[in-house]
Design a protein around this ligand. Structure first.
Ligand SMILES: Nc1ncnc2c1ncn2[C@@H]1O[C@H](COP(=O)(O)OP(=O)(O)O)[C@@H](O)[C@H]1O
Ligand SMILES: N[C@@H](CCC(=O)OP(=O)(O)O)C(=O)O
Length: 262
Protein backbone atom coordinates (compact mmCIF):
# COMPACT_ATOMS: atom_id res chain seq x y z
CA UNK A 1 0.00 0.00 0.00
CA UNK A 2 1.38 3.41 -0.95
CA UNK A 3 1.65 5.89 1.86
CA UNK A 4 2.32 8.91 -0.33
CA UNK A 5 -0.68 8.87 -2.69
CA UNK A 6 -3.76 10.42 -1.10
CA UNK A 7 -6.01 7.56 -0.11
CA UNK A 8 -9.71 7.60 0.38
CA UNK A 9 -10.22 6.44 3.94
CA UNK A 10 -13.47 5.79 5.80
CA UNK A 11 -13.01 5.76 9.58
CA UNK A 12 -15.83 4.19 11.58
CA UNK A 13 -16.01 5.14 15.26
CA UNK A 14 -18.19 2.72 17.22
CA UNK A 15 -20.16 3.62 20.33
CA UNK A 16 -17.82 1.41 22.37
CA UNK A 17 -14.88 3.79 21.82
CA UNK A 18 -16.78 7.08 22.05
CA UNK A 19 -18.02 6.39 25.57
CA UNK A 20 -16.26 6.09 28.91
CA UNK A 21 -15.07 2.63 29.90
CA UNK A 22 -17.20 2.41 33.03
CA UNK A 23 -19.99 4.93 32.45
CA UNK A 24 -22.56 5.16 29.67
CA UNK A 25 -21.65 8.67 28.59
CA UNK A 26 -19.48 10.20 25.87
CA UNK A 27 -15.76 10.35 26.64
CA UNK A 28 -14.40 13.77 25.58
CA UNK A 29 -10.78 12.59 25.92
CA UNK A 30 -11.40 9.75 23.50
CA UNK A 31 -13.14 12.02 21.01
CA UNK A 32 -10.26 14.51 21.19
CA UNK A 33 -7.72 11.77 20.40
CA UNK A 34 -9.79 10.45 17.51
CA UNK A 35 -10.18 13.94 16.05
CA UNK A 36 -6.41 14.45 16.37
CA UNK A 37 -5.88 11.26 14.38
CA UNK A 38 -8.28 12.51 11.69
CA UNK A 39 -6.36 15.78 11.49
CA UNK A 40 -3.05 13.92 11.18
CA UNK A 41 -4.36 11.74 8.36
CA UNK A 42 -5.65 14.79 6.52
CA UNK A 43 -2.31 16.56 6.98
CA UNK A 44 -0.65 13.49 5.44
CA UNK A 45 -2.78 14.05 2.33
CA UNK A 46 -5.46 11.44 2.84
CA UNK A 47 -9.08 12.10 2.04
CA UNK A 48 -11.06 11.19 5.16
CA UNK A 49 -14.73 10.45 5.82
CA UNK A 50 -15.89 9.59 9.33
CA UNK A 51 -18.86 7.36 10.11
CA UNK A 52 -19.62 8.07 13.75
CA UNK A 53 -21.96 6.33 16.14
CA UNK A 54 -22.66 7.90 19.52
CA UNK A 55 -25.96 9.76 19.00
CA UNK A 56 -27.93 7.55 21.37
CA UNK A 57 -25.14 7.53 23.98
CA UNK A 58 -24.85 11.34 23.74
CA UNK A 59 -28.59 11.70 24.37
CA UNK A 60 -28.67 9.77 27.66
CA UNK A 61 -27.41 12.51 29.98
CA UNK A 62 -29.48 15.39 28.56
CA UNK A 63 -32.57 13.18 28.90
CA UNK A 64 -31.66 12.24 32.52
CA UNK A 65 -31.28 8.56 31.70
CA UNK A 66 -28.54 6.31 33.06
CA UNK A 67 -29.20 3.18 31.01
CA UNK A 68 -29.69 2.66 27.28
CA UNK A 69 -33.47 2.17 26.78
CA UNK A 70 -34.66 -0.78 24.74
CA UNK A 71 -37.75 0.54 22.99
CA UNK A 72 -37.23 1.93 19.51
CA UNK A 73 -39.25 5.13 19.89
CA UNK A 74 -37.26 6.26 22.93
CA UNK A 75 -33.99 5.34 21.19
CA UNK A 76 -35.02 7.42 18.18
CA UNK A 77 -35.92 10.35 20.45
CA UNK A 78 -32.58 10.01 22.25
CA UNK A 79 -30.70 10.00 18.95
CA UNK A 80 -32.45 13.22 17.93
CA UNK A 81 -31.17 14.94 21.07
CA UNK A 82 -27.79 13.21 21.16
CA UNK A 83 -26.87 13.84 17.53
CA UNK A 84 -26.74 17.61 18.08
CA UNK A 85 -24.53 17.15 21.15
CA UNK A 86 -22.26 14.83 19.18
CA UNK A 87 -21.89 17.26 16.28
CA UNK A 88 -21.28 20.14 18.65
CA UNK A 89 -18.41 18.16 20.20
CA UNK A 90 -16.92 17.37 16.75
CA UNK A 91 -17.25 20.99 15.69
CA UNK A 92 -15.42 22.25 18.78
CA UNK A 93 -12.62 19.71 18.56
CA UNK A 94 -12.09 20.05 14.81
CA UNK A 95 -11.85 23.83 15.15
CA UNK A 96 -8.55 23.36 17.06
CA UNK A 97 -7.17 21.91 13.80
CA UNK A 98 -8.77 24.56 11.56
CA UNK A 99 -11.21 21.94 10.34
CA UNK A 100 -15.00 21.99 10.04
CA UNK A 101 -17.54 19.22 10.42
CA UNK A 102 -20.13 18.44 7.73
CA UNK A 103 -23.02 16.35 9.01
CA UNK A 104 -24.64 13.77 6.74
CA UNK A 105 -27.50 11.70 8.13
CA UNK A 106 -28.56 8.85 5.88
CA UNK A 107 -30.98 5.95 6.01
CA UNK A 108 -30.77 2.48 4.56
CA UNK A 109 -33.33 3.57 1.94
CA UNK A 110 -31.13 6.51 0.89
CA UNK A 111 -28.23 4.21 0.10
CA UNK A 112 -30.32 1.48 -1.55
CA UNK A 113 -32.04 3.88 -3.92
CA UNK A 114 -29.82 4.57 -6.97
CA UNK A 115 -30.69 8.27 -7.39
CA UNK A 116 -30.49 9.09 -3.70
CA UNK A 117 -27.23 7.20 -3.29
CA UNK A 118 -25.75 9.10 -6.26
CA UNK A 119 -26.81 12.33 -4.57
CA UNK A 120 -25.07 11.31 -1.34
CA UNK A 121 -21.94 10.47 -3.33
CA UNK A 122 -21.89 13.76 -5.24
CA UNK A 123 -22.41 15.77 -2.07
CA UNK A 124 -19.61 13.84 -0.37
CA UNK A 125 -17.27 14.44 -3.28
CA UNK A 126 -18.05 18.15 -3.41
CA UNK A 127 -17.48 18.45 0.35
CA UNK A 128 -14.12 16.75 0.00
CA UNK A 129 -12.99 19.31 -2.56
CA UNK A 130 -12.75 21.57 0.49
CA UNK A 131 -9.68 20.38 2.40
CA UNK A 132 -10.87 21.97 5.65
CA UNK A 133 -14.04 19.85 5.79
CA UNK A 134 -14.52 16.52 7.55
CA UNK A 135 -17.77 14.77 6.63
CA UNK A 136 -19.22 12.92 9.61
CA UNK A 137 -21.95 10.44 8.69
CA UNK A 138 -24.44 8.71 10.95
CA UNK A 139 -27.66 6.85 10.39
CA UNK A 140 -30.68 9.17 10.46
CA UNK A 141 -31.86 7.25 13.51
CA UNK A 142 -34.87 9.39 14.37
CA UNK A 143 -36.59 8.84 11.02
CA UNK A 144 -35.31 5.40 9.99
CA UNK A 145 -38.10 2.85 9.69
CA UNK A 146 -37.50 0.09 12.21
CA UNK A 147 -37.50 -2.83 9.77
CA UNK A 148 -35.09 -1.03 7.42
CA UNK A 149 -32.65 0.38 9.93
CA UNK A 150 -28.96 -0.34 9.60
CA UNK A 151 -29.08 -0.42 13.43
CA UNK A 152 -25.34 -0.47 13.84
CA UNK A 153 -22.94 1.60 11.81
CA UNK A 154 -20.75 -1.25 10.57
CA UNK A 155 -22.92 -1.97 7.55
CA UNK A 156 -23.54 1.72 6.97
CA UNK A 157 -19.78 2.36 6.86
CA UNK A 158 -19.18 -0.44 4.35
CA UNK A 159 -21.97 0.90 2.11
CA UNK A 160 -20.47 4.38 2.29
CA UNK A 161 -16.98 3.01 1.56
CA UNK A 162 -18.23 1.19 -1.53
CA UNK A 163 -20.35 4.10 -2.73
CA UNK A 164 -17.46 6.57 -2.41
CA UNK A 165 -14.92 4.11 -3.87
CA UNK A 166 -12.78 4.19 -0.72
CA UNK A 167 -9.40 2.47 -0.67
CA UNK A 168 -9.63 1.66 3.01
CA UNK A 169 -12.33 1.15 5.63
CA UNK A 170 -11.03 1.32 9.18
CA UNK A 171 -13.45 -0.02 11.77
CA UNK A 172 -12.34 1.33 15.14
CA UNK A 173 -13.69 -0.55 18.07
CA UNK A 174 -13.01 -1.62 21.63
CA UNK A 175 -11.10 -4.76 20.57
CA UNK A 176 -7.54 -4.65 19.14
CA UNK A 177 -8.75 -6.50 16.04
CA UNK A 178 -10.24 -9.94 15.49
CA UNK A 179 -9.02 -12.22 18.28
CA UNK A 180 -8.81 -15.96 17.76
CA UNK A 181 -9.81 -16.47 21.38
CA UNK A 182 -11.36 -13.66 23.42
CA UNK A 183 -9.99 -15.29 26.58
CA UNK A 184 -6.45 -14.95 25.26
CA UNK A 185 -6.12 -11.28 24.27
CA UNK A 186 -2.36 -11.53 24.96
CA UNK A 187 -2.05 -13.51 21.70
CA UNK A 188 -3.01 -10.35 19.82
CA UNK A 189 -5.34 -10.10 16.84
CA UNK A 190 -5.14 -12.18 13.67
CA UNK A 191 -2.87 -9.98 11.50
CA UNK A 192 -4.10 -10.70 7.97
CA UNK A 193 -7.30 -12.26 6.65
CA UNK A 194 -7.73 -13.27 3.03
CA UNK A 195 -11.14 -14.89 3.39
CA UNK A 196 -13.68 -13.69 5.96
CA UNK A 197 -15.56 -17.02 5.82
CA UNK A 198 -12.49 -18.77 7.23
CA UNK A 199 -12.35 -16.61 10.36
CA UNK A 200 -15.99 -15.78 11.07
CA UNK A 201 -16.24 -18.57 13.66
CA UNK A 202 -13.85 -16.60 15.91
CA UNK A 203 -16.46 -13.85 16.36
CA UNK A 204 -18.54 -14.21 19.53
CA UNK A 205 -21.98 -12.76 20.23
CA UNK A 206 -20.46 -10.68 23.05
CA UNK A 207 -20.29 -6.91 22.53
CA UNK A 208 -19.94 -3.69 24.50
CA UNK A 209 -22.90 -2.53 26.61
CA UNK A 210 -23.82 0.47 24.46
CA UNK A 211 -22.75 -0.82 21.05
CA UNK A 212 -25.32 -2.54 18.88
CA UNK A 213 -23.15 -4.24 16.30
CA UNK A 214 -20.62 -6.62 17.80
CA UNK A 215 -17.89 -8.53 15.98
CA UNK A 216 -20.19 -10.64 13.81
CA UNK A 217 -21.79 -7.50 12.38
CA UNK A 218 -18.33 -6.07 11.76
CA UNK A 219 -17.19 -9.15 9.85
CA UNK A 220 -20.34 -9.09 7.70
CA UNK A 221 -19.66 -5.45 6.91
CA UNK A 222 -16.03 -6.28 6.13
CA UNK A 223 -17.13 -9.02 3.76
CA UNK A 224 -19.38 -6.59 1.92
CA UNK A 225 -16.56 -4.03 1.66
CA UNK A 226 -13.76 -6.39 0.55
CA UNK A 227 -16.08 -7.88 -2.08
CA UNK A 228 -16.45 -4.34 -3.38
CA UNK A 229 -12.68 -3.88 -3.58
CA UNK A 230 -12.23 -1.98 -0.31
CA UNK A 231 -9.44 -3.10 2.00
CA UNK A 232 -10.62 -3.22 5.64
CA UNK A 233 -8.94 -2.97 9.00
CA UNK A 234 -10.36 -3.64 12.44
CA UNK A 235 -8.29 -1.89 15.10
CA UNK A 236 -8.57 -0.46 18.57
CA UNK A 237 -10.09 2.98 18.77
CA UNK A 238 -8.60 3.28 22.26
CA UNK A 239 -5.16 3.69 20.68
CA UNK A 240 -5.86 6.42 18.17
CA UNK A 241 -2.19 7.42 18.25
CA UNK A 242 -1.32 4.31 16.21
CA UNK A 243 -3.72 5.17 13.36
CA UNK A 244 -1.14 6.77 11.04
CA UNK A 245 1.01 3.62 11.46
CA UNK A 246 -1.99 1.37 10.83
CA UNK A 247 -2.87 3.27 7.65
CA UNK A 248 0.76 2.99 6.54
CA UNK A 249 0.64 -0.82 6.84
CA UNK A 250 1.84 -1.40 10.44
CA UNK A 251 0.35 -1.25 13.92
CA UNK A 252 -1.70 -3.75 15.90
CA UNK A 253 -4.83 -4.65 13.95
CA UNK A 254 -6.52 -7.19 11.70
CA UNK A 255 -6.16 -6.40 8.00
CA UNK A 256 -8.63 -7.85 5.47
CA UNK A 257 -7.40 -7.98 1.91
CA UNK A 258 -9.68 -6.53 -0.76
CA UNK A 259 -10.93 -8.60 -3.69
CA UNK A 260 -10.16 -7.18 -7.11
CA UNK A 261 -12.57 -4.40 -8.11
CA UNK A 262 -15.11 -5.60 -10.69
N1 LIG B 1 -13.22 -12.71 18.19
C1 LIG B 1 -13.40 -11.49 18.73
N2 LIG B 1 -12.35 -10.62 18.78
C2 LIG B 1 -12.51 -9.39 19.30
N3 LIG B 1 -13.68 -8.90 19.80
C3 LIG B 1 -14.77 -9.71 19.75
C4 LIG B 1 -14.66 -11.04 19.20
N4 LIG B 1 -15.89 -11.62 19.28
C5 LIG B 1 -16.71 -10.72 19.85
N5 LIG B 1 -16.05 -9.56 20.14
C6 LIG B 1 -16.68 -8.40 20.80
O1 LIG B 1 -16.96 -7.37 19.84
C7 LIG B 1 -16.91 -6.12 20.53
C8 LIG B 1 -16.85 -4.96 19.54
O2 LIG B 1 -18.13 -4.72 19.00
P1 LIG B 1 -19.14 -3.59 19.57
O3 LIG B 1 -19.31 -3.75 21.04
O4 LIG B 1 -20.37 -3.62 18.75
O5 LIG B 1 -18.32 -2.28 19.33
P2 LIG B 1 -18.64 -0.96 18.49
O6 LIG B 1 -19.59 -0.17 19.31
O7 LIG B 1 -17.28 -0.39 18.40
O8 LIG B 1 -19.19 -1.37 17.17
C9 LIG B 1 -15.70 -6.29 21.41
O9 LIG B 1 -15.70 -5.40 22.49
C10 LIG B 1 -15.82 -7.75 21.88
O10 LIG B 1 -16.52 -7.84 23.09
N1 LIG C 1 -26.61 5.40 14.93
C1 LIG C 1 -26.42 4.91 16.28
C2 LIG C 1 -25.34 3.85 16.25
C3 LIG C 1 -25.74 2.64 16.96
C4 LIG C 1 -24.54 1.83 17.44
O1 LIG C 1 -24.38 1.67 18.64
O2 LIG C 1 -23.67 1.40 16.49
P1 LIG C 1 -22.28 0.65 16.80
O3 LIG C 1 -21.48 1.52 17.69
O4 LIG C 1 -21.70 0.55 15.44
O5 LIG C 1 -22.60 -0.67 17.40
C5 LIG C 1 -25.98 6.05 17.21
O6 LIG C 1 -25.42 7.04 16.72
O7 LIG C 1 -26.18 5.93 18.41
Amino acid sequence: MSTTAPQRIVLKFGTGILTKLHAPEPDPVQLRKLVEAVALLKQAGHSVVVVSSGAVASGLKPMDLTERPTDMTTLQALAAVGQTHLMHAYENLLRDHDLHVAQLLVTHEDLENYDRARRVKTTLERLLEFPQVVPVINENDSVAIEELRFGDNDKLSSRVARLWGADLLLLLTSAPGLLRDMNKPEEGPIPIVEDVDVVIHHAQEEKTKLGTGGMISKLRAVQDAVNGGVQCIIASGRHAEQLPAVVAGGGVCTRFLAKAKA
